[in-house]
Design a protein around this ligand. Structure first.
Ligand SMILES: NC(=O)C1=CN([C@@H]2O[C@H](COP(=O)(O)OP(=O)(O)OC[C@H]3O[C@@H](n4cnc5c(N)ncnc54)[C@H](OP(=O)(O)O)[C@@H]3O)[C@@H](O)[C@H]2O)C=CC1
Ligand SMILES: O=C(O)C1=N[C@H](C(=O)O)C[C@H](O)C1
Length: 268
């Protein structure tokens, strides 16, 4: 499958280039960065530390998408909205790992998914998607006397909070409870907040150092706590998930899919 990496000079972009190189059935057919990026003109493989691939980083996605079958996108919400439109026009698989997506960005992905396969997830790892299924199950089993808190820690350069994964886990817990997350989430507590609202799902974000990604869903009840946790140990966890998603998406009907669909976890 011919794959393009957008944001090819980023932390995930470089990891994606490496993973494509290591994956049978996948080939790097293009690498995109924004105009003005200092990476333009560089070989994507050299930048990723795998040696020369002959694929130079360029800033015009149109001719690159026209020759590809899929695009792997871990960039920014604005860039992802733009790439969604272009990928839909080219009818190629769009794997979206970008987090911090607003409702309007999700609406653009939904519109693109009418014409092409879009696979979007705040976390591409097996472990986190399994954790989400477990959080849904635990939340559906316990009553409101168990308070739910989602805690995450990431590296100092992460720009969005709560993380996409924290929101995915919060959404799973809300589904388990049978309530909409939007009406029940408590974010960014500071000052005299008053007592915790019954039924709230709380979020707390820590930032520092080089932490790749750590998440816990805490169910705090009377005199006991259940803590479900996941720790990412290497970014290749996410890039391998993304390449697997692209290969899975090839030949599927247009639509908006999740990593749970790719991993066969949607029904558990
Ligand atoms: N779903 C998942 O499993 C995972 C999701 N992520 C998410 O992926 C995203 C990227 O993370 P990370 O790699 O750490 O971030 P980086 O900032 O390292 O990478 C993003 C890259 O995209 C580039 N970029 C920005 N705008 C454009 C554009 N218009 N066209 C092309 N390239 C562009 C940036 O360039 P420049 O730096 O010059 O601005 C940068 O090189 C984040 O939202 C993060 O949360 C991360 C890991 C796993
Ligand atoms: O920005 C990151 O690094 C990560 N972002 C994703 C998120 O927001 O959850 C996934 C992973 O935790 C790493």
């Amino acid at each position: 499958m011919r794959l393009v990496v957008v944001g090819a000079a980023g932390r995930m972009g470089r990891m994606l280039v490496k993973t494509i190189h290591e994956t049978p059935g996948a080939t790097l057919s293009g690498a995109i960065e924004h105009s003005g990026s200092i990476a333009l003109g560089q070989d994507a493989g050299l930048l990723a530390g795998i040696g020369e691939t002959g694929v130079k980083i360029v800033d015009d996605p149109l001719p690159v998408f026209a020759k590809a079958e899929g695009v792997l996108d871990f960039t920014t919400p604005e860039a992802t909205s733009h790439f969604a439109e272009l990928a839909a026009q080219a009818r190629i698989v769009h794997v979206v790992g970008t987090t911090g997506l607003a409702q309007a960005d999700m609406a653009r992905l939904e519109a693109a998914a009418r014409h092409a396969v879009v696979i979007q997830s705040g976390n591409m790892s097996l472990g986190v998607n399994l954790l989400a299924a477990l959080a849904r199950k635990v939340a559906s089993t316990l009553g409101e006397e168990f308070d739910i808190e989602v805690v995450e820690m990431h590296h100092r350069n992460k720009v969005d909070a709560p993380s996409g994964t924290a929101l995915l886990l919060g959404e799973a817990a809300a589904q388990g409870r049978g309530v909409p997350l939007a009406d029940n989430s408590e974010r960014g507590r500071d000052g005299v907040t008053g007592a915790r609202k019954p039924g709230a799902i709380g979020f707390a974000s820590l930032r520092g150092g080089t932490v790749i990604g750590e998440h816990s869903v805490i169910f705090a009840g009377p005199f006991e706590r259940i803590v479900l946790s996941h720790m990412a140990e290497d970014r290749s966890l996410f890039s391998r998930g993304a390449v697997r998603a692209a290969l899975w998406g090839k030949g599927k009907k247009p639509g908006l899919y999740s990593m749970a669909d790719v991993l066969g976890l949607a029904d558990i």
